[in-house]
Design a protein around this ligand. Structure first.
Ligand code: PSU
Ligand code: MN
Length: 283
């Protein structure tokens, strides 16, 4: 059966309880509805798990004693037998190890604004792990033009699923072009097969805009992002805490409109990923 990987950092550190738990289960149900098997990934007592059980997902959703693990953390998590939620980078790692080719998430990490030395290991993973990642673009809190250039440098194809521009997570456009537009899962599957047939070892990004009715208004998004960035700077939030802090601040300041957009795009991406996984199986 075709499998689709799902991440756990968005559950443990990206969304509030109990929406996060309900969302995690709903994403799994959406993948199943499309005829694929969901595999929510994480580390339990230091062991990589591709396919957390519902009670493990609940424990991750409660978030206590569950750290956020990116690539640099894996050896420490493993040696010390820690429980850890996986980011895009480490979910790619777990998925690849489990033989899963397709992974759905919300927004990609990338280059932070005004701090181009703070670059998510999500980009490192895309440069080195052959997994197809479906997302709504890079998170809008980031420096999107720099992030897009980095993807080019690293040799990561960026596909627009029903779009010509990379979406900007909360909003549908960014002004940044994709490398190719695909309007069906079959077209995406054909390019991914070609990627693998050529022996390319990078990942591939499939970007899908947030659903029309759920996307944030551009001006609202811009204002909320600026406010969150200012607050983070004032409080000196940095490193791995920065992304969760910014997302939580934006959810609060938009009266949960950002949260609704985030949930809607996660569901949309899970559905698209499952269709791509099915198309890969059939070709
Ligand atoms: N998108 C969301 N919520 C999240 C994330 C993305 O809607 O919590 C997470 C993903 O797991 C992504 C991580 O891999 O944020 C990036 O964090 P950093 O910039 O610290 O690498
Ligand atoms: Mn960082």
């Amino acid at each position: 059966m075709t499998q689709v990987a799902l991440e756990s950092t968005v559950i443990a550190h990206g969304l509030p309880y109990p929406q996060n738990y309900r969302t995690a289960l709903r994403l799994e149900a959406i993948v199943r509805d499309q005829g694929a098997e969901p595999r929510t990934c994480g580390f339990v007592r230091g062991q990589p798990v591709a396919g957390l059980a519902p009670e493990q997902i609940k424990y991750f959703a409660r978030g206590q004693d569950v750290i956020k693990a990116s690539l640099r953390d894996l050896a420490i998590v493993h040696a010390r037998r820690l429980d850890a939620a996986t980011t895009v980078a480490t979910t790619m790692w777990v998925a690849h190890r489990a033989g899963i080719q397709v992974f759905a998430t919300g927004g990609l990490g990338g280059v932070h604004r005004g701090q181009d030395y703070d670059e998510s290991a999500d980009l490192t993973a895309l440069a080195t792990i052959p997994v197809l990642v479906v997302c709504a673009g890079a998170k809008a809190i980031l420096d999107l033009p720099r992030t897009r250039e980095r993807l080019e440098t690293l040799g990561v194809p960026v596909i627009g699923y029903g779009c010509d521009e990379m979406p900007a997570f909360y909003t549908r456009t960014s002004g940044l072009p994709v490398d190719a537009r695909c309007d069906t899962a079959e077209e995406v599957a054909a390019i991914w097969r070609a990627h693998r047939a050529l022996g390319l070892s990078t990942g591939m990004l499939v970007t899908a805009p947030p659903p029309e009715g759920a996307a944030l208004d551009e001006a609202v998004a811009r204002e909320a992002i600026d406010a969150a960035l200012n607050e983070a700077a004032a409080r000196g939030v940095r490193g791995k805490e920065l992304t969760p802090f910014l997302l939580a601040h934006i959810a609060q300041s938009t009266g949960e409109a950002a949260l609704r957009a985030n949930l809607a795009l996660l569901e949309n991406n899970a559905r698209i990923a499952a269709r791509i996984a099915r198309a890969l199986e059939e070709q």
